[in-house]
Design a protein around this ligand. Sequence first.
Ligand SMILES: Nc1ncnc2c1ncn2[C@@H]1O[C@H](COP(=O)(O)OP(=O)(O)OP(=O)(O)O)[C@@H](O)[C@H]1O
Length: 244
Amino acid sequence: MTAPMPLLRVEGLSKTFRMYHLDAMLHAFEGVSFDLFKGEFLLLRGHNGAGKSTLLRTIWRSYRPVAGHVWYQSGLGDIDLANAADVDIALLRRREIGFVTQFLNARPRVAAQDIVAEPLLLAGYGQAEALEQARHWLDQFGVRPELWRAYPSTFSGGEQQKVNLARALILPQRLLLLDEPTASLDVGARAALVRRLRDLKSQGVAIIGVFHHPGDVAELIDREINLATRVVSEQTEREDHVAL
Ligand SMILES: Nc1ncnc2c1ncn2[C@@H]1O[C@H](COP(=O)(O)OP(=O)(O)OP(=O)(O)O)[C@@H](O)[C@H]1O
């Protein structure tokens, strides 16, 4: 019998940033390799500045790596996220890969319930069903009903984060990237997040997460990676941000 293929195979991945003012390169992380299977939860560890967020953003392809591959088994076939066309990355972000940070991208004059319902509408759900589910998840994460029709741009940091999570987790993705999603949450919302992640994991969603307090998700963790200390060198290389 052949071994199952991982959902994600990260191979020799390295990312450097050019620091123009110093004419130097900062190596955010180097030679990172790991496999991630369906339904697995991988914790990224490392001190401040070790490159955890940058690694997540490189997998999400906000950044292009300077070396390595991110093989991803998508619903449409295998693809190297490190080298894929922008149009494919945009499609995967809409359908298969989620990225949750601690910041809500609150658009002006869009109500909380509409922000949360949007992924369902894009996936073809009817308006009534999408709104009902949006309210369910706002409720689960502890957003008070009187805020559901309000605009999140005026919400507190924690309230914005709850809207963010409700939207990001309303539909199961194949791969979920979490960058400190519990940063400004109260106890009830943390518990709701853990319940939702447990549920998504049991549905086969693969998760990579950075947590300031990994104890919050201890019961979910299958494996950990500790990112090593970064190095600064004076060599110069091409700058390689992409504007997605
Ligand atoms: N856009 C950028 N341009 C230049 N340097 C960057 C950029 N983004 C991150 N860095 C640098 O890369 C290194 C890794 O940053 P990163 O945010 O990935 O660390 P982290 O492990 O997530 O840290 P923390 O635990 O403090 O959130 C840091 O030294 C940071 O200054």
